[in-house]
Design a protein around this ligand. Structure first.
Ligand SMILES: [Zn+2]
Length: 320
């Protein structure tokens, strides 16, 4: 935590998870002398992105420098785990779409997120795992749960994480848009000679694949480039889900849909959002390193769901 002014963000009062445990947590939240004690959750005041201790942000400083961006560092302490999040928000359009990048080794995903914030406003939260996929032996995208009984449904979660979950999802309070995430995955899948664990060629009991139409870059047809959606319906049975999938397919985007049940719930963000019916969810998955393709996918998804780029400032008639 850097020194200086420190305030508790609105996310700490996340009512969407309004449990008694959270109320107790809120009572504990405080910020004194810019220092955080164990057991606290907090977020810094706005800083210049130049001050961020993050290789991801350093890599993107060229694009961020001079842009209307607030960088904040958020910390969450939960049992023995001390999580650090890097948060970027557009200061002129802070209520725009908000993206979560859970895996710190997925650089194209982070870069596509920066493109999204600069183009559409809103914000981005990236979990800091020192450049690795996991931290404390915990996959940050298998760490969404709000109780011990819920956590027990997931083999990938080491302990219940109501604070972590509230701190991340609290960023969606007051936003009308969908829950959004960005990921990268390795090529193919183990079943077809590849090394990834997610692919359009992979179907399962609760997973269905819907290939995109042949528009846009040929790379959009790659089995590893897809928009992941999750809700509680089998995709053929819910008219709204079917419409959303068809719209993305028409925009040239592959879609993978997961039906979330008690049995298939895995403590990922997608599954948590679906399980608690928090709202629409889209995760853009692109092959590792496919930065340009992932940016095209961001733009196609935004257009498909009706989110427009920020307007450029009107020309000043006194300057020409
Ligand atoms: Zn990922």
């Amino acid at each position: 935590m850097t020194g200086g002014p420190c305030r508790v963000g609105p996310l700490d009062q996340a009512s969407l998870l309004g449990s008694i445990a959270l109320a107790a947590m809120i009572a504990l939240v405080g910020c004194s002398s810019g220092r955080q004690d164990a057991g606290q959750t907090g977020i810094s005041a706005c800083m210049d992105p130049v001050e961020a201790r993050s290789a991801d942000i350093r890599r993107n400083l060229g694009a961020l420098r001079g842009a209307p961006i607030c960088y904040r560092r958020q910390t969450v302490s939960e049992g023995p785990f001390q999580w650090v999040f890097h948060v970027l928000e557009h200061t002129k359009a802070p209520k725009g779409p908000f993206w979560v990048v859970p895996h710190d080794n997925e650089n194209a995903a982070f870069d596509a997120g920066v493109h999204a914030v600069l183009t559409y406003g809103g914000g981005l939260l990236a979990v800091d795992s020192s450049g690795n996929r996991t931290r404390y032996g915990q996959d940050p995208n298998r760490n969404f749960s709000r109780s011990r009984s819920e956590s027990r449904l997931c083999s990938g979660q080491r302990r219940a994480a109501p604070r972590y979950t509230a701190a991340i999802l609290g960023h969606y309070r007051g936003r009308s848009g969908p829950y959004l995430a960005l990921h990268n995955n390795r090529n193919g899948h183990a079943g077809n000679g590849g090394s990834g664990n997610l692919s359009m060629a992979l179907a399962g009991r609760s997973i269905t694949s819907w290939p995109g139409a042949a528009v846009g870059s040929p790379a959009l047809r790659d089995e590893d480039n897809l928009v992941f959606m999750a809700d509680r319906h089998p995709p053929g049975t819910d008219a709204n889900t079917r419409r959303r999938i068809a719209a993305l397919n028409r925009a040239g985007l592959n879609v993978m849909h997961k039906e979330v049940t008690d049995r298939s719930f895995d403590c990922s963000m997608s599954d948590f959002v679906a399980r608690h019916r928090l709202g629409d969810y889209y995760n853009i998955e692109a092959e590792l390193g496919a930065r340009r393709t992932q940016i095209e996918m961001v733009d196609r998804l935004m257009a498909s769901i009706g989110i427009r780029p920020l307007r450029r400032a009107a020309a000043n008639p006194f300057l020409d």
